[in-house]
Design a protein around this ligand. Structure first.
Ligand SMILES: Cc1cc2nc3c(=O)[nH]c(=O)nc-3n(C[C@H](O)[C@H](O)[C@H](O)COP(=O)(O)OP(=O)(O)OC[C@H]3O[C@@H](n4cnc5c(N)ncnc54)[C@H](O)[C@@H]3O)c2cc1C
Length: 439
Protein backbone atom coordinates (compact mmCIF):
# COMPACT_ATOMS: atom_id res chain seq x y z
CA UNK A 1 0.00 0.00 0.00
CA UNK A 2 1.37 3.39 -1.00
CA UNK A 3 1.32 5.93 1.83
CA UNK A 4 0.01 9.48 1.36
CA UNK A 5 2.47 10.70 4.02
CA UNK A 6 2.73 14.43 3.89
CA UNK A 7 0.82 14.79 0.63
CA UNK A 8 -2.35 16.80 0.27
CA UNK A 9 -5.14 16.66 -2.32
CA UNK A 10 -8.00 19.04 -3.10
CA UNK A 11 -11.16 17.45 -4.49
CA UNK A 12 -13.52 19.97 -6.08
CA UNK A 13 -17.10 18.70 -5.83
CA UNK A 14 -18.64 16.48 -3.14
CA UNK A 15 -20.97 14.45 -5.38
CA UNK A 16 -20.36 10.73 -5.97
CA UNK A 17 -17.34 11.43 -8.24
CA UNK A 18 -15.59 13.44 -5.53
CA UNK A 19 -16.68 11.28 -2.59
CA UNK A 20 -15.44 8.05 -4.19
CA UNK A 21 -12.14 9.77 -4.99
CA UNK A 22 -11.85 10.73 -1.29
CA UNK A 23 -12.72 7.18 -0.24
CA UNK A 24 -10.11 5.75 -2.60
CA UNK A 25 -7.42 8.13 -1.31
CA UNK A 26 -8.28 7.19 2.24
CA UNK A 27 -7.89 3.49 1.46
CA UNK A 28 -4.95 3.63 -0.93
CA UNK A 29 -2.86 6.51 0.40
CA UNK A 30 -3.62 6.75 4.12
CA UNK A 31 -2.20 9.88 5.69
CA UNK A 32 -3.02 12.10 2.70
CA UNK A 33 -4.69 15.33 3.84
CA UNK A 34 -7.83 15.74 1.75
CA UNK A 35 -9.98 18.84 1.34
CA UNK A 36 -13.33 18.30 -0.38
CA UNK A 37 -14.39 21.70 -1.66
CA UNK A 38 -18.01 22.38 -2.70
CA UNK A 39 -19.79 25.53 -3.74
CA UNK A 40 -22.83 24.57 -1.65
CA UNK A 41 -22.75 24.58 2.15
CA UNK A 42 -24.16 21.02 1.97
CA UNK A 43 -22.35 17.98 0.56
CA UNK A 44 -23.11 15.09 -1.84
CA UNK A 45 -24.12 16.83 -5.07
CA UNK A 46 -26.95 15.16 -6.99
CA UNK A 47 -27.60 12.68 -4.17
CA UNK A 48 -29.23 15.60 -2.36
CA UNK A 49 -30.26 17.78 -5.29
CA UNK A 50 -30.92 15.37 -8.18
CA UNK A 51 -32.03 11.89 -7.07
CA UNK A 52 -35.82 11.90 -6.85
CA UNK A 53 -37.30 12.78 -3.45
CA UNK A 54 -39.49 9.67 -3.53
CA UNK A 55 -36.39 7.49 -3.96
CA UNK A 56 -35.08 7.89 -0.43
CA UNK A 57 -33.43 4.46 -0.41
CA UNK A 58 -31.15 5.55 -3.29
CA UNK A 59 -30.08 8.57 -1.25
CA UNK A 60 -28.90 6.29 1.56
CA UNK A 61 -25.55 6.00 -0.18
CA UNK A 62 -24.83 9.24 1.70
CA UNK A 63 -24.24 7.15 4.86
CA UNK A 64 -21.03 5.78 3.39
CA UNK A 65 -20.05 9.23 2.11
CA UNK A 66 -20.59 10.65 5.61
CA UNK A 67 -18.30 8.01 7.06
CA UNK A 68 -15.65 9.00 4.53
CA UNK A 69 -16.07 12.72 5.15
CA UNK A 70 -15.81 12.19 8.94
CA UNK A 71 -12.53 10.28 8.65
CA UNK A 72 -9.30 11.66 10.02
CA UNK A 73 -7.39 13.80 7.54
CA UNK A 74 -10.48 14.70 5.49
CA UNK A 75 -12.22 18.07 5.60
CA UNK A 76 -15.39 19.22 3.88
CA UNK A 77 -14.92 22.85 2.83
CA UNK A 78 -18.39 23.96 1.82
CA UNK A 79 -19.66 27.24 0.40
CA UNK A 80 -16.43 27.69 -1.55
CA UNK A 81 -16.71 27.92 -5.32
CA UNK A 82 -13.89 27.18 -7.73
CA UNK A 83 -13.66 30.12 -10.11
CA UNK A 84 -15.25 32.54 -7.61
CA UNK A 85 -13.54 32.08 -4.24
CA UNK A 86 -10.44 30.25 -5.35
CA UNK A 87 -8.79 29.58 -8.70
CA UNK A 88 -7.40 26.36 -10.09
CA UNK A 89 -3.91 27.92 -10.22
CA UNK A 90 -4.16 28.66 -6.49
CA UNK A 91 -5.26 25.09 -5.72
CA UNK A 92 -2.33 23.80 -7.79
CA UNK A 93 0.04 25.90 -5.67
CA UNK A 94 -1.47 24.71 -2.42
CA UNK A 95 -1.99 20.97 -3.01
CA UNK A 96 0.09 18.12 -4.43
CA UNK A 97 -2.84 17.17 -6.65
CA UNK A 98 -6.29 18.49 -7.55
CA UNK A 99 -9.25 16.26 -8.52
CA UNK A 100 -11.93 18.18 -10.39
CA UNK A 101 -15.34 16.56 -9.80
CA UNK A 102 -17.68 19.49 -10.15
CA UNK A 103 -20.25 17.64 -12.25
CA UNK A 104 -22.12 18.40 -15.45
CA UNK A 105 -25.22 20.36 -14.42
CA UNK A 106 -25.98 22.38 -17.57
CA UNK A 107 -28.84 21.07 -19.69
CA UNK A 108 -28.22 20.25 -23.33
CA UNK A 109 -30.36 22.42 -25.54
CA UNK A 110 -32.88 21.08 -28.03
CA UNK A 111 -31.53 23.43 -30.69
CA UNK A 112 -34.99 24.22 -32.06
CA UNK A 113 -36.91 27.49 -32.53
CA UNK A 114 -38.90 28.71 -29.53
CA UNK A 115 -36.75 27.02 -26.91
CA UNK A 116 -36.32 30.30 -25.01
CA UNK A 117 -40.06 30.76 -24.36
CA UNK A 118 -41.31 31.04 -20.80
CA UNK A 119 -42.46 27.67 -19.52
CA UNK A 120 -39.60 25.67 -21.08
CA UNK A 121 -37.20 24.27 -18.48
CA UNK A 122 -34.20 22.01 -18.50
CA UNK A 123 -34.33 19.02 -16.15
CA UNK A 124 -31.48 20.30 -13.96
CA UNK A 125 -33.43 23.43 -13.12
CA UNK A 126 -36.78 21.65 -12.78
CA UNK A 127 -35.45 18.77 -10.67
CA UNK A 128 -33.37 21.25 -8.64
CA UNK A 129 -36.57 23.24 -7.99
CA UNK A 130 -38.54 20.35 -6.50
CA UNK A 131 -35.42 19.11 -4.68
CA UNK A 132 -34.81 22.48 -2.91
CA UNK A 133 -31.52 23.25 -4.69
CA UNK A 134 -30.75 26.86 -3.65
CA UNK A 135 -29.99 27.88 -7.24
CA UNK A 136 -33.44 26.84 -8.45
CA UNK A 137 -35.81 27.49 -5.56
CA UNK A 138 -37.07 30.65 -7.28
CA UNK A 139 -37.69 28.95 -10.63
CA UNK A 140 -41.42 29.44 -10.17
CA UNK A 141 -42.70 27.14 -12.95
CA UNK A 142 -46.34 27.64 -13.86
CA UNK A 143 -47.86 24.16 -13.52
CA UNK A 144 -51.44 25.35 -13.73
CA UNK A 145 -51.70 24.24 -17.32
CA UNK A 146 -53.72 21.49 -18.98
CA UNK A 147 -50.78 19.59 -20.37
CA UNK A 148 -47.01 19.25 -20.03
CA UNK A 149 -44.44 17.71 -22.36
CA UNK A 150 -41.40 15.90 -21.01
CA UNK A 151 -38.77 15.44 -23.69
CA UNK A 152 -36.70 12.31 -23.25
CA UNK A 153 -37.23 8.71 -22.16
CA UNK A 154 -34.38 8.20 -19.70
CA UNK A 155 -34.74 7.81 -15.95
CA UNK A 156 -34.60 11.57 -15.33
CA UNK A 157 -37.60 12.02 -17.67
CA UNK A 158 -39.42 9.24 -15.80
CA UNK A 159 -38.58 10.97 -12.49
CA UNK A 160 -40.04 14.27 -13.74
CA UNK A 161 -43.25 12.68 -15.10
CA UNK A 162 -43.72 10.66 -11.92
CA UNK A 163 -43.11 13.56 -9.52
CA UNK A 164 -45.57 15.69 -11.53
CA UNK A 165 -48.14 12.92 -11.02
CA UNK A 166 -47.68 12.19 -7.34
CA UNK A 167 -50.26 13.12 -4.69
CA UNK A 168 -49.28 14.83 -1.42
CA UNK A 169 -50.04 11.54 0.36
CA UNK A 170 -47.60 9.69 -1.90
CA UNK A 171 -44.98 12.35 -1.14
CA UNK A 172 -45.56 12.22 2.61
CA UNK A 173 -42.41 10.29 3.35
CA UNK A 174 -40.16 12.27 1.03
CA UNK A 175 -38.09 15.43 1.26
CA UNK A 176 -39.66 17.18 -1.74
CA UNK A 177 -39.90 20.97 -1.37
CA UNK A 178 -43.20 21.88 0.33
CA UNK A 179 -43.78 24.61 -2.28
CA UNK A 180 -43.38 22.03 -5.07
CA UNK A 181 -45.86 19.42 -3.86
CA UNK A 182 -48.41 22.14 -3.07
CA UNK A 183 -48.11 23.50 -6.58
CA UNK A 184 -48.17 20.06 -8.19
CA UNK A 185 -51.32 19.19 -6.25
CA UNK A 186 -53.06 22.49 -7.03
CA UNK A 187 -52.24 22.33 -10.75
CA UNK A 188 -55.04 21.50 -13.14
CA UNK A 189 -52.53 19.50 -15.17
CA UNK A 190 -54.31 16.53 -16.79
CA UNK A 191 -51.95 15.18 -19.43
CA UNK A 192 -48.20 14.63 -19.32
CA UNK A 193 -46.67 13.64 -22.68
CA UNK A 194 -43.29 11.92 -22.67
CA UNK A 195 -41.51 11.68 -26.00
CA UNK A 196 -38.56 9.59 -27.11
CA UNK A 197 -36.85 10.12 -30.47
CA UNK A 198 -36.31 6.43 -30.94
CA UNK A 199 -38.27 3.32 -30.08
CA UNK A 200 -39.00 1.49 -26.84
CA UNK A 201 -35.98 -0.79 -27.22
CA UNK A 202 -33.60 2.16 -27.57
CA UNK A 203 -35.08 4.11 -24.63
CA UNK A 204 -32.67 4.41 -21.70
CA UNK A 205 -35.13 4.14 -18.79
CA UNK A 206 -34.72 1.11 -16.59
CA UNK A 207 -37.47 -1.39 -15.87
CA UNK A 208 -37.72 -0.59 -12.16
CA UNK A 209 -38.34 3.10 -12.89
CA UNK A 210 -40.75 2.32 -15.72
CA UNK A 211 -42.83 -0.03 -13.57
CA UNK A 212 -43.38 2.75 -11.04
CA UNK A 213 -45.29 4.70 -13.70
CA UNK A 214 -47.87 1.92 -13.67
CA UNK A 215 -48.32 2.07 -9.90
CA UNK A 216 -49.29 5.69 -9.33
CA UNK A 217 -52.24 6.50 -7.10
CA UNK A 218 -53.72 9.33 -9.17
CA UNK A 219 -52.17 8.88 -12.60
CA UNK A 220 -52.31 6.29 -15.35
CA UNK A 221 -49.45 5.70 -17.76
CA UNK A 222 -50.53 4.73 -21.26
CA UNK A 223 -48.58 3.48 -24.27
CA UNK A 224 -49.80 2.94 -27.81
CA UNK A 225 -49.46 -0.84 -28.39
CA UNK A 226 -48.81 -0.14 -32.08
CA UNK A 227 -45.45 1.38 -31.08
CA UNK A 228 -44.28 -1.79 -29.36
CA UNK A 229 -42.28 -4.36 -31.35
CA UNK A 230 -43.23 -8.04 -31.10
CA UNK A 231 -39.79 -8.91 -29.74
CA UNK A 232 -36.43 -7.30 -29.06
CA UNK A 233 -33.89 -7.59 -31.89
CA UNK A 234 -31.73 -10.73 -31.75
CA UNK A 235 -28.70 -8.59 -32.60
CA UNK A 236 -28.48 -7.58 -28.93
CA UNK A 237 -26.22 -9.58 -26.62
CA UNK A 238 -27.83 -11.98 -24.12
CA UNK A 239 -27.79 -9.59 -21.20
CA UNK A 240 -29.30 -6.71 -23.19
CA UNK A 241 -31.92 -9.07 -24.64
CA UNK A 242 -33.05 -9.99 -21.12
CA UNK A 243 -33.08 -6.38 -19.93
CA UNK A 244 -35.00 -5.11 -22.95
CA UNK A 245 -37.43 -8.04 -22.94
CA UNK A 246 -38.43 -7.17 -19.37
CA UNK A 247 -38.92 -3.54 -20.39
CA UNK A 248 -41.07 -4.62 -23.32
CA UNK A 249 -43.22 -6.75 -20.98
CA UNK A 250 -43.74 -3.75 -18.70
CA UNK A 251 -44.66 -1.58 -21.68
CA UNK A 252 -47.14 -4.20 -22.87
CA UNK A 253 -48.74 -4.08 -19.43
CA UNK A 254 -48.95 -0.27 -19.60
CA UNK A 255 -50.48 -0.46 -23.07
CA UNK A 256 -53.57 -2.13 -21.55
CA UNK A 257 -54.35 0.97 -19.46
CA UNK A 258 -56.92 3.57 -20.51
CA UNK A 259 -56.24 7.31 -20.50
CA UNK A 260 -58.38 9.70 -18.42
CA UNK A 261 -59.38 7.15 -15.76
CA UNK A 262 -57.38 8.82 -12.99
CA UNK A 263 -56.72 12.50 -12.35
CA UNK A 264 -53.66 12.60 -14.58
CA UNK A 265 -52.50 10.60 -17.60
CA UNK A 266 -48.89 10.06 -18.63
CA UNK A 267 -48.75 9.39 -22.37
CA UNK A 268 -45.52 7.57 -23.12
CA UNK A 269 -44.72 8.06 -26.81
CA UNK A 270 -41.87 6.96 -29.07
CA UNK A 271 -40.54 7.77 -32.54
CA UNK A 272 -41.12 11.53 -32.22
CA UNK A 273 -38.67 14.43 -31.95
CA UNK A 274 -39.40 18.06 -31.13
CA UNK A 275 -38.88 20.50 -34.01
CA UNK A 276 -40.42 23.71 -32.64
CA UNK A 277 -41.79 25.16 -29.41
CA UNK A 278 -45.03 26.94 -30.28
CA UNK A 279 -46.66 30.01 -28.74
CA UNK A 280 -46.00 33.68 -28.06
CA UNK A 281 -43.80 34.68 -25.13
CA UNK A 282 -45.00 31.56 -23.31
CA UNK A 283 -45.05 28.00 -24.57
CA UNK A 284 -48.46 26.99 -25.91
CA UNK A 285 -47.49 23.76 -27.60
CA UNK A 286 -44.78 21.68 -29.15
CA UNK A 287 -44.42 20.57 -32.76
CA UNK A 288 -43.13 17.02 -33.07
CA UNK A 289 -41.81 15.18 -36.10
CA UNK A 290 -42.33 11.46 -36.52
CA UNK A 291 -39.12 9.49 -36.78
CA UNK A 292 -38.01 6.01 -37.68
CA UNK A 293 -34.87 4.14 -36.73
CA UNK A 294 -32.69 3.10 -39.68
CA UNK A 295 -29.54 1.09 -39.03
CA UNK A 296 -29.58 2.32 -35.45
CA UNK A 297 -29.92 5.96 -36.53
CA UNK A 298 -32.94 8.14 -35.89
CA UNK A 299 -34.24 9.91 -38.99
CA UNK A 300 -37.12 12.37 -39.38
CA UNK A 301 -39.97 11.36 -41.68
CA UNK A 302 -41.18 14.92 -42.40
CA UNK A 303 -44.60 14.13 -40.86
CA UNK A 304 -45.35 16.50 -37.98
CA UNK A 305 -48.02 16.84 -35.31
CA UNK A 306 -48.67 19.50 -32.65
CA UNK A 307 -49.28 18.85 -28.97
CA UNK A 308 -50.84 21.74 -27.01
CA UNK A 309 -49.02 22.17 -23.67
CA UNK A 310 -48.13 24.98 -21.29
CA UNK A 311 -45.01 23.41 -19.82
CA UNK A 312 -42.02 21.69 -21.40
CA UNK A 313 -39.27 19.97 -19.42
CA UNK A 314 -36.30 18.77 -21.45
CA UNK A 315 -34.52 15.69 -20.10
CA UNK A 316 -32.00 15.16 -22.88
CA UNK A 317 -28.76 15.04 -20.93
CA UNK A 318 -26.46 17.66 -19.58
CA UNK A 319 -22.94 18.97 -19.86
CA UNK A 320 -20.20 20.58 -17.82
CA UNK A 321 -18.60 23.99 -18.28
CA UNK A 322 -15.01 25.09 -18.32
CA UNK A 323 -13.80 26.98 -15.26
CA UNK A 324 -10.57 28.95 -15.10
CA UNK A 325 -9.36 27.97 -18.55
CA UNK A 326 -9.46 24.24 -17.84
CA UNK A 327 -9.09 22.49 -21.24
CA UNK A 328 -12.60 21.73 -22.39
CA UNK A 329 -14.21 19.48 -24.99
CA UNK A 330 -17.15 21.58 -26.22
CA UNK A 331 -18.65 18.76 -28.25
CA UNK A 332 -18.86 16.27 -25.38
CA UNK A 333 -19.32 18.91 -22.67
CA UNK A 334 -16.55 17.47 -20.49
CA UNK A 335 -13.08 18.49 -19.39
CA UNK A 336 -10.44 17.21 -21.82
CA UNK A 337 -8.76 14.31 -20.07
CA UNK A 338 -6.85 11.13 -20.71
CA UNK A 339 -8.22 8.45 -18.37
CA UNK A 340 -8.74 11.25 -15.83
CA UNK A 341 -5.44 13.12 -16.36
CA UNK A 342 -6.15 16.77 -17.26
CA UNK A 343 -2.62 18.14 -16.88
CA UNK A 344 0.24 17.40 -14.50
CA UNK A 345 -1.17 17.08 -10.95
CA UNK A 346 -4.73 17.90 -12.09
CA UNK A 347 -7.29 15.11 -12.61
CA UNK A 348 -10.99 14.86 -13.44
CA UNK A 349 -13.58 12.47 -12.00
CA UNK A 350 -17.32 11.84 -12.15
CA UNK A 351 -19.57 13.36 -14.78
CA UNK A 352 -17.08 16.12 -15.47
CA UNK A 353 -14.69 13.44 -16.71
CA UNK A 354 -17.05 11.05 -18.53
CA UNK A 355 -20.16 13.05 -19.33
CA UNK A 356 -23.59 12.74 -17.78
CA UNK A 357 -24.18 9.02 -18.12
CA UNK A 358 -24.31 6.05 -15.79
CA UNK A 359 -25.45 5.45 -12.28
CA UNK A 360 -24.08 6.52 -8.91
CA UNK A 361 -22.16 3.24 -8.74
CA UNK A 362 -20.42 3.88 -12.08
CA UNK A 363 -18.55 6.73 -10.40
CA UNK A 364 -17.01 4.41 -7.82
CA UNK A 365 -14.87 2.27 -10.09
CA UNK A 366 -14.02 5.30 -12.17
CA UNK A 367 -12.85 7.49 -9.29
CA UNK A 368 -10.84 4.61 -7.84
CA UNK A 369 -9.05 4.32 -11.21
CA UNK A 370 -8.29 8.05 -11.27
CA UNK A 371 -6.88 7.89 -7.75
CA UNK A 372 -4.61 4.99 -8.75
CA UNK A 373 -3.08 7.26 -11.40
CA UNK A 374 -2.87 10.20 -9.05
CA UNK A 375 -1.06 8.34 -6.28
CA UNK A 376 1.42 6.90 -8.77
CA UNK A 377 2.24 10.42 -9.92
CA UNK A 378 2.83 12.10 -6.54
CA UNK A 379 6.23 13.78 -7.00
CA UNK A 380 8.41 16.69 -5.93
CA UNK A 381 8.49 18.55 -2.66
CA UNK A 382 5.18 18.29 -0.78
CA UNK A 383 3.04 21.42 -0.99
CA UNK A 384 1.62 23.28 2.00
CA UNK A 385 -1.93 21.83 1.90
CA UNK A 386 -5.07 22.74 3.89
CA UNK A 387 -3.57 25.44 6.15
CA UNK A 388 -2.64 27.47 3.07
CA UNK A 389 -6.21 27.21 1.75
CA UNK A 390 -7.51 28.48 5.10
CA UNK A 391 -5.08 31.42 5.01
CA UNK A 392 -6.15 32.33 1.47
CA UNK A 393 -9.88 32.07 2.17
CA UNK A 394 -9.52 33.94 5.49
CA UNK A 395 -7.76 36.76 3.67
CA UNK A 396 -10.77 36.89 1.30
CA UNK A 397 -13.28 36.63 4.16
CA UNK A 398 -14.87 33.58 2.56
CA UNK A 399 -17.38 32.02 4.93
CA UNK A 400 -17.10 28.23 4.72
CA UNK A 401 -18.98 25.32 6.18
CA UNK A 402 -17.30 22.28 7.72
CA UNK A 403 -18.64 18.73 7.88
CA UNK A 404 -19.71 19.46 11.48
CA UNK A 405 -21.70 22.42 10.13
CA UNK A 406 -23.38 20.08 7.66
CA UNK A 407 -24.23 17.68 10.50
CA UNK A 408 -25.86 20.63 12.28
CA UNK A 409 -27.80 21.66 9.14
CA UNK A 410 -28.82 18.01 8.79
CA UNK A 411 -29.96 17.88 12.42
CA UNK A 412 -32.07 21.02 11.98
CA UNK A 413 -33.60 19.68 8.78
CA UNK A 414 -34.48 16.35 10.37
CA UNK A 415 -35.92 18.16 13.42
CA UNK A 416 -38.10 20.39 11.17
CA UNK A 417 -39.63 17.42 9.31
CA UNK A 418 -43.37 16.78 9.59
CA UNK A 419 -45.24 13.48 9.46
CA UNK A 420 -43.17 10.72 7.95
CA UNK A 421 -40.84 13.02 5.99
CA UNK A 422 -37.14 12.34 6.54
CA UNK A 423 -36.27 16.06 6.58
CA UNK A 424 -37.47 19.50 5.64
CA UNK A 425 -34.68 20.98 3.57
CA UNK A 426 -33.35 24.49 3.75
CA UNK A 427 -33.72 26.06 0.34
CA UNK A 428 -31.49 29.14 0.66
CA UNK A 429 -27.80 29.33 1.47
CA UNK A 430 -28.33 32.46 3.58
CA UNK A 431 -30.91 30.58 5.72
CA UNK A 432 -28.46 27.74 6.31
CA UNK A 433 -25.69 30.12 7.36
CA UNK A 434 -28.05 32.09 9.59
CA UNK A 435 -29.18 28.90 11.31
CA UNK A 436 -25.54 27.94 11.92
CA UNK A 437 -24.91 31.37 13.45
CA UNK A 438 -27.75 30.78 15.92
CA UNK A 439 -26.33 27.54 17.36
C1 LIG B 1 -32.08 14.21 -11.84
C2 LIG B 1 -31.09 13.11 -11.63
C3 LIG B 1 -31.48 11.96 -10.94
C4 LIG B 1 -30.58 10.91 -10.76
N1 LIG B 1 -31.01 9.80 -10.11
C5 LIG B 1 -30.17 8.75 -9.97
C6 LIG B 1 -30.60 7.56 -9.31
O1 LIG B 1 -31.74 7.47 -8.83
N2 LIG B 1 -29.72 6.53 -9.22
C7 LIG B 1 -28.45 6.60 -9.75
O2 LIG B 1 -27.69 5.63 -9.66
N3 LIG B 1 -28.01 7.73 -10.36
C8 LIG B 1 -28.83 8.80 -10.48
N4 LIG B 1 -28.39 9.92 -11.11
C9 LIG B 1 -26.97 9.99 -11.57
C10 LIG B 1 -26.03 10.42 -10.42
O3 LIG B 1 -26.62 11.44 -9.68
C11 LIG B 1 -24.67 10.85 -11.01
O4 LIG B 1 -24.04 9.67 -11.52
C12 LIG B 1 -23.72 11.47 -10.01
O5 LIG B 1 -24.33 12.42 -9.19
C13 LIG B 1 -22.52 12.16 -10.72
O6 LIG B 1 -21.62 12.56 -9.72
P1 LIG B 1 -20.63 13.81 -9.86
O7 LIG B 1 -19.87 13.82 -8.59
O8 LIG B 1 -19.90 13.72 -11.13
O9 LIG B 1 -21.58 15.10 -9.99
P2 LIG B 1 -22.56 15.81 -8.97
O10 LIG B 1 -23.33 14.82 -8.19
O11 LIG B 1 -23.31 16.78 -9.80
O12 LIG B 1 -21.62 16.62 -7.97
C14 LIG B 1 -20.92 17.76 -8.36
C15 LIG B 1 -20.66 18.63 -7.12
O13 LIG B 1 -19.80 19.72 -7.51
C16 LIG B 1 -20.25 20.90 -6.89
N5 LIG B 1 -19.78 22.03 -7.70
C17 LIG B 1 -20.23 22.43 -8.92
N6 LIG B 1 -19.52 23.48 -9.37
C18 LIG B 1 -18.60 23.77 -8.42
C19 LIG B 1 -17.59 24.75 -8.30
N7 LIG B 1 -17.35 25.65 -9.27
N8 LIG B 1 -16.85 24.79 -7.17
C20 LIG B 1 -17.07 23.88 -6.18
N9 LIG B 1 -18.01 22.93 -6.24
C21 LIG B 1 -18.76 22.85 -7.35
C22 LIG B 1 -21.76 20.75 -6.85
O14 LIG B 1 -22.35 21.59 -5.86
C23 LIG B 1 -21.91 19.27 -6.53
O15 LIG B 1 -21.94 19.03 -5.14
C24 LIG B 1 -29.27 11.00 -11.28
C25 LIG B 1 -28.88 12.15 -11.98
C26 LIG B 1 -29.78 13.19 -12.15
C27 LIG B 1 -29.35 14.41 -12.92
Amino acid sequence: MKQGGNRSVAIVGSGPGGMYAAQALLEKAPGTRIDIIDKLPTPFGLIRGGVAPDHQSTKRVDKKYSETASSEGIRFVGNVELGRDVSLAELEDIYDAVVLAYGAPYDNSLGIPGEDKAGVFGSNAFVGWYNCHPEFRDLNPDLDVDAAAVIGVGNVAVDVARVLSRTPAEMDKTDIAGYAIERIDAARLKDIYMFGRRGPVEASFTNTELKELGELEAATCVVDPAQLPDAVPDTLDDREQKVKTRILETLRGLSQAKPGVKRRTIHLGFYAMPVEILGGDRVEGIRMERTRVENGRCVGTGETFDVPCGLVVTCIGSRARAIDGIPFDERRGIVVNDEGRVKPRVYAAGWLKRGAVGTIGTNRLDSYGVVDLLIGEFAGVPRPGPDALDALLDARSVRRTSFEDWLEINRLEVEAACGGAPRRKFTAIAEMLKALDRV
